[in-house]
Design a protein around this ligand. Sequence first.
Ligand code: DGL
Length: 270
Amino acid sequence: MRSVVSEHSIGVFDSGVGGLSVLRSLREELPHENFVYVADSGHAPYGERDDGYVVDRSRAITDYLITRHRIKALVIACNTATAAAIHILRRQHPTLPIIGVEPALKPAVAASATHRIGVMATRGTLSSSKYTTLLASLHGQAEFVSQACDGLAHAVEHDDTTKTIALCTHYISQMGPFGTQSGQIDTLVLGCTHYAFAGTHLRTLVGPAVHILNTGEPVAKRTRHVLAACLSQRQDEGSCSFETSGAPAQLQAAVQRWLQLPAPVRDLPK
Ligand code: DGL
């Protein structure tokens, strides 16, 4: 049986830079914790791959974080990997607290007055049985317009602003009218952690009155709750380290831009 040491790091992973949006909230909520972030950019995007591929990558990264970093908990900062692999990871590591992310449909129902809710996510997330079950659990409470956004995570991952804006414009127009009138979508759920970094473009497209829901903050609160008994006892700021299976310079630029951290980035060992 593994012992939980409160000073050990919390592992966080995503297919790439998207999970930094979750890490940002985790650092705000848990400033004294140490985090180790793995971006699997060499294998991104996950959202248009089959489940087997995403499960294999999620298992390999989790095993690495446990053996190399002896993490005390894991946050899967990726909707696609959560949908495909969280149940398998929990079965394989029954004593490791594992927190996943899922599209914020329940908070969206609470926020929506028109009861028409847009959901942007990867093809993988939307076709998962986890998503189908989540939708079924809210049957009759709202109408959900689910939009698979092929290519958008890739554009955000590569910081391709022109493509990001073009894809956001296309997918928002596919979903129908946004606004606060009856029949309009008044709440937009970002069901992929990469999309948080397209938030400004999406806000311009849907207008100021539409609620845009991310998952970072609720996941950070949930992590605090799950780890209540083994939070760090230190009083100073915790550390963050970063590893990637892609180009370190790319992750480094994203970390600097989104977290304002000059932290070094290492190659993920092959
Ligand atoms: N950021 C991920 C998610 O939340 C995956 C994006 C991708 O790799 O396709 O779904």
